[in-house]
Design a binder for this molecule. Structure first.
Ligand SMILES: [Zn+2]
Length: 116
């Protein structure tokens, strides 16, 4: 891959990461809002917080993947499957630029998870 497109990719990944960090910040701010004294309200808030927390975890997981992709980019290993070492399909990287596995390995993982 030419250096220019790497630079573009790095910028796109950094931008996505910044966006997720901002989202995470909003999610944490929501979680930090004090609980209502009323116990009924409180129960509702706890429920909401669980949803908010799940969203936060999702964002954190995505940030971790982007960071890993940026590290692979630095190391010149970007676009290689971390599982089997083969190049990840271009089409897959286009829709999912921080993919760390090729489609075969990702599908294998999905099936393994589904069986658990
Ligand atoms: Zn693979």
């Amino acid at each position: 891959m030419p250096a220019a497109s790497h630079e573009h990719l790095r910028e796109a990944l950094e931008a996505k990461k910044a966006e997720l960090m901002a989202r995470l910040e909003r999610i944490s701010a929501n979680l930090r809002r004090g609980y209502e004294a009323d116990s009924k309200e409180r129960a509702k808030q706890l429920e909401d917080n669980e949803v908010v927390d799940a969203l936060g975890n999702e964002a954190r997981a995505e940030i971790a993947k982007i960071s890993a992709a940026l590290r692979r980019l630095e190391a010149g290993e970007y676009g290689l499957c971390t599982e089997c070492g083969l190049p990840i399909e271009d089409g897959r990287l286009e829709v999912y630029p921080y993919a760390d596995e090729c489609i075969e390995c990702a599908e294998f993982d999905e099936r393994r998870k589904a069986r658990q």
